[in-house]
Design a protein around this ligand. Sequence first.
Ligand code: ZN
Length: 298
Amino acid sequence: MFCSCLGKQAPYSENDFQVDPSEGFGPSKLGVRTTVDEPLSASQAIEVLQAGNRRFVQGDAKAGGFDQRARRALASHGQRPVATVIGCADSRCPVEQLFDARPGDIFVLRNAGNTCTHAEGSMVGSVEYSVAVLEAKMILVLGHTGCGAIMGATKLFLERSAQKHIEATCQKDAQETTDQSTEGSESDKSRSTLLGLLDALVPVAEQACVQLGAGSSTEEIAAHAVKVNVWRTINFLLSYSLIIREKVASGEVELQGAIYNMSSGAVDFLGKSPKQAQLLNYDGHVVPSMGGPIRQVS
Ligand SMILES: [Zn+2]
């Protein structure tokens, strides 16, 4: 069912490699995380991620010493990642580096805005693979400060809000303005996939704006929207994956949020979604793009 390159299993031989595991990312028999290692619990995974981020912040990273023996161990014995992380594609947010991890240590999924609004089937399916096959017990959705995707969505939301305000206060020109707006932003010629991505993140900016109240600046709304977006991605995973939902409900897997501060290098761990208990009663099992029912997830 799954590509063998993702989960190759092989018998462990004590004589294969003699590697000092003391410098590894979490406990490992071969110096790197492979299928000969036991899965880490969610709490153990968080401790390992936090320790790795501390090393990164302090400029004391250990992960640079990845050598031929480590590559051979991973190639021969498959992967047993400590955690699954959904992060932003922003080049300033390389997930492995900011947790001082090596190949095989973290199962990483990235896209612009660390979101499940597009290609959600591949995102959710990949997370399901990481927990069901690779036995990752911690799923971390990682937003970051200064996110360009979130800022873009925030500006789009504010532009549309301003447009609606103009339309509401200038009844005489309302219809004409609406027509021009439709021509300018929604036509086939001007519409891009990027606009579609930002458009899907507009509800995040809107929710952030509502929560902050009137008078907030664009930067303040975008900064808060980063956190709203983390919860939204988590809530989407809980809503549309029966596998994830059941494992979270049983306590086997934890789904948490975090925000990476690009200036300090520190990751702020946010814990579980405020809506987790509510969403554990959801009944979705397939994302809408893969044939599942469409519901509002916030
Ligand atoms: Zn970003």
